[in-house]
Design a binder for this molecule. Structure first.
Ligand SMILES: NC(=O)C1=CN([C@@H]2O[C@H](COP(=O)(O)OP(=O)(O)OC[C@H]3O[C@@H](n4cnc5c(N)ncnc54)[C@H](O)[C@@H]3O)[C@@H](O)[C@H]2O)C=CC1
Ligand SMILES: NCC(=O)COP(=O)(O)O
Length: 452
């Protein structure tokens, strides 16, 4: 590499080179500045899922050739972070001393629900918008209508951002169906619109325009009415991103004690009667893997303590009240303890008592001293099915919990609440959870850039 190759005529000093497959970041190696080809040094394992054997590093400008799914990021002490998303079109440079500003796509969700309202409220708060670059994926005219209507009902005019001040990607489909959208009345048209917003956000993110997606709520039944048969946004994100290993994690910070509640659901949107047969040791291990990786990469918890729920009342009471614990859950857990000696795995904890400590940690263990420490608090909870995990989460933190999809090659967060058609258009929707979702997405993008 000659000196003149660099745009500023200086030697380019990369320190770390990372490749991203559709499902995960792979740290290939520390890079010697004089090395012109990486191909011979890629570990066979690192090539799994990546359709390339020709990865070149030459100069900062003409840095990396890649094929479809591979993204290279070079972190150079002198030059900040360089990303090469496609050979021809995308090249960003930021100075390390000015940290990268996460670029987030915020989807409108079902336009007949409270999505537009909580977005306008959240984006009026500088604490939410100061540290990230937001692009709303939706419809400018629909947001303008929501804004005009809500201004008539809200006393505090400052509480809404004027859509004129937002960067909004308009969705063509919206123009055809927009006139059918009425606040509070979910229809196949609003379902179609919310699906189109999500698709657009995913496409933009995979093309390198955004670092993460924050989704407002959609109604799954209206997606189905519009011809999109998915159990939720999570599954669409995973499918379009090409990942099979993903999970639904709920995160909430206590306003009383600052404690962070993290709950991963092993099964999600399936009928309750299918839960026992869907749960298997393989599925448990897959979700545990994801949780451990997420705690390390996203939250900096290296050796977590994880509490794992039982399935039956009193975790089956030695088989008297259900056999899953005896038959495979306890043996699986014993095996995991042997193979992951650094982790602390509690359980299977009877589901009714699993959340007692969480409640104390959330509200404060004693009235005199709400911040006093509770011993042996888990870093995360593994709940076996949707309502087992979400009843306690919503009981404690409905106004502020965040749903985040882990295992994706980009950040995705969402408020924990749904479309709330019953209150849409009234100006009374609480935007705290949407604010928290945007703030967490910003933190997670920053955290991933730091760990690159
Ligand atoms: N991330 C997503 O896309 C989610 C979508 N949903 C979908 O939302 C639809 C409605 O679900 P529900 O079970 O009724 O839950 P919901 O969260 O929409 O509403 C439950 C209750 O909480 C109230 N509520 C919800 N969010 C609120 C807010 N921000 N401020 C004040 N009050 C609020 C509602 O008015 C309602 O009384 C369903 O189709 C469901 O699938 C539900 C949860 C998450
Ligand atoms: N109960 C959580 C929920 O419905 C969120 O679903 P998703 O749209 O994020 O997949």
């Amino acid at each position: 590499m000659s000196k003149g190759d660099h745009p500023k005529g200086q030697r380019y000093l990369p320190s770390v080179c990372v490749a991203r497959s559709p499902s995960r970041w792979i740290n290939i190696e520390s890079l010697n500045p004089d090395q012109s080809s990486l191909s011979s040094r890629l570990e066979p394992d690192a090539l799994k899922g990546i359709q390339t054997h020709r990865v070149y590093f030459r100069t900062a400008r003409q840095s990396i050739r890649k094929e479809k799914t591979l993204e290279m990021v070079v972190v150079a002490p002198n030059w900040g972070i360089f990303k090469m998303k496609t050979e021809k079109t995308f090249f960003t440079q930021k100075n390390r001393s000015q940290p990268e500003c996460p670029r987030l796509a915020v989807t409108l969700g079902d336009p007949a629900g409270i999505g537009p309202e909580v977005i306008l409220k959240a984006l009026a708060d500088p604490k939410v918008t100061n540290n990230c670059e937001i692009t709303v994926i939706g419809s400018p005219s629909l947001l303008q209508t929501t804004y005009t209507q809500l201004r008539q009902t809200l006393e505090n005019q400052e509480a809404l951002v004027d859509p004129e001040h937002l960067s909004i990607v308009d969705i063509e489909l919206d123009k055809l169906i927009e006139h059918q959208i009425t606040a509070g009345v979910g229809t196949a048209a609003s379902g179609a619109a919310s699906f189109a917003y999500l698709e657009k956000a995913i496409a933009g993110t995979l093309a390198g325009e955004f670092d993460g997606i924050v989704t407002a709520p959609i109604a799954k039944s209206l997606w189905k009415a519009a011809g999109h048969d998915y159990p939720g946004q999570t599954e669409v994100l995973a499918k379009y991103a090409g990942v099979e290993r993903f999970g639904m994690l709920f995160v909430a910070r206590s306003p009383h004690t600052d404690w962070l509640l993290r709950t991963l659901l092993v099964t999600t949107h399936i009928p309750l009667c299918q839960v026992p047969d869907t749960l298997t040791p393989e599925l448990m291990s897959k979700k545990l893997d994801l949780l451990v990786e997420c705690l390390r990469v996203d939250f900096g918890v290296e050796t977590p303590r994880i509490a794992i729920s039982g399935l039956n009342p009193h975790s089956g009471e030695q088989g008297q009240l259900g056999r899953e614990e005896q038959d495979w859950l306890i043996p699986w857990l014993e095996q995991e303890r042997l193979s992951r000696p650094k982790l602390r795995l509690d359980g299977p904890v009877p589901p009714d008592t699993l959340w007692v400590k969480a409640g104390q940690a959330w509200y404060g263990s004693s009235i005199q001293d709400p911040t006093s420490q509770i011993p042996n608090l888990p870093d995360a909870y593994l709940a076996l099915y949707h309502d087992q995990g979400l009843i306690p989460v919503k009981l404690m933190a409905f106004d502020r919990a965040i749903n985040t999809t882990i295992g994706l090659p980009f950040v995705r967060t969402s408020p924990d609440h749904g479309t709330a058609f019953d209150i849409a258009g009234q100006g009374i929707a609480n935007a705290t959870s949407m604010k928290a979702a945007i703030q967490l997405a910003t933190e997670l993008v920053n955290q991933r850039l730091r760990t690159v």
